[in-house]
Design a protein around this ligand. Structure first.
Ligand code: Z5A
Length: 235
């Protein structure tokens, strides 16, 4: 498969969303996608990890049901990586090659945080795995939605309703979720050019405005084709 951008297409843009449970990633991805479509006229693809392709969605179902848990966090990292390989090959890279904007709900930072910092897998091993799996297909921008884990877990529980049980990771201890929050903060501090941390403990409209502003500042070329007024409103 070729990854060359066709001559008449703009370069693809890869943006990932990260954060703890119930941080508002899905909500905000849909809002940003609508905004970017209206403002730029570009094709905007929304997707998620684990998942995004039929094979990766099958892995998602298994891993979130806890199938790999008895084998340990490194085995889970391998499952997420297997899903990511299919997702990259069959959705993300082709979309970027065609010039689309790809908005992805979680990506390799989630492996670093969940299986690494919170799950105890050796950082160097995960780094090597990420290098092999992701290669050069790295996000230009990563939006980290930050909020206290208690708030995010309460949101996730409320959404699920009383009838549904927690999935493999929602069922982890509060301490695990606190380590996740620290881990995402550490990733942002280590890669400030790629990452921006947004306060997600605010009303959805306020979070949306902060995200639009960050995109306008960090990816000015993405918006340069859009109307000036709309860009100013977003900032
Ligand atoms: N995982 C991993 O361990 N390693 C990896 O490499 C990868 C993933 C890629 C995926 O599950 C799990 O896989 C995840 C990490 C692990 N852990 N878990 N569980 P998932 O996709 O089902 O879960 P999630 O990524 O945490 O998504 P989520 O729980 O759906 O949260 P969200 O997308 O960030 O939030 P939301 O759906 O937009 O909002 C949640 C609820 O809050 C909903 O009712 C909204 O209406 C509400 N909401 C949203 N924003 C607000 C604000 N601002 N105020 C109030 N209420 C709000």
């Amino acid at each position: 498969m070729t990854t060359d951008t066709p001559e008449d297409a703009p370069e693809g843009v890869f943006i990932t969303f990260e954060g703890g449970e119930g941080a508002g990633k899905s909500t905000q991805i849909l809002r940003l996608a609508a905004h970017l479509r209206a403002l730029t006229g570009r094709e905007v693809v929304t997707t998620r990890e684990p998942g995004g392709t039929p094979k990766a969605e099958a892995i998602r179902e298994a891993v979130l049901a806890g199938v790999a848990k008895p084998y340990g966090a490194f085995a889970e990292a391998l499952m997420f990586s297997a899903a990511r390989i299919d997702h990259l090959d069959h959705l993300i890279r082709p979309a970027l090659a065609s010039g689309a904007v790809v908005l992805c709900d979680r990506f390799s930072d989630s492996t670093r945080a969940y299986q690494g910092a919170a799950g105890g897998v050796d950082e160097a091993a995960l780094h090597a795995l990420e290098r092999v799996v992701v290669g050069p297909t790295r996000p230009q921008l990563t939006i980290i939605l930050d909020l206290p884990p208690e708030t995010g877990l309460a949101r996730a529980r409320q959404r699920a309703g009383d009838g549904e049980g927690a999935d493999r990771f929602e069922a982890e201890t509060l301490d695990f979720h606190q380590r996740l929050r620290v881990a995402f903060g550490t990733i942002a501090a280590a890669e400030p050019d790629r990452c921006v941390v947004i306060d997600a403990d605010a009303a959805p409209d306020a979070v949306e405005a902060a995200i639009r502003s960050a995109v306008a500042v960090r990816l000015p070329d993405l918006l340069s084709g859009g109307e000036k007024d709309a860009t100013e409103n977003a900032a």
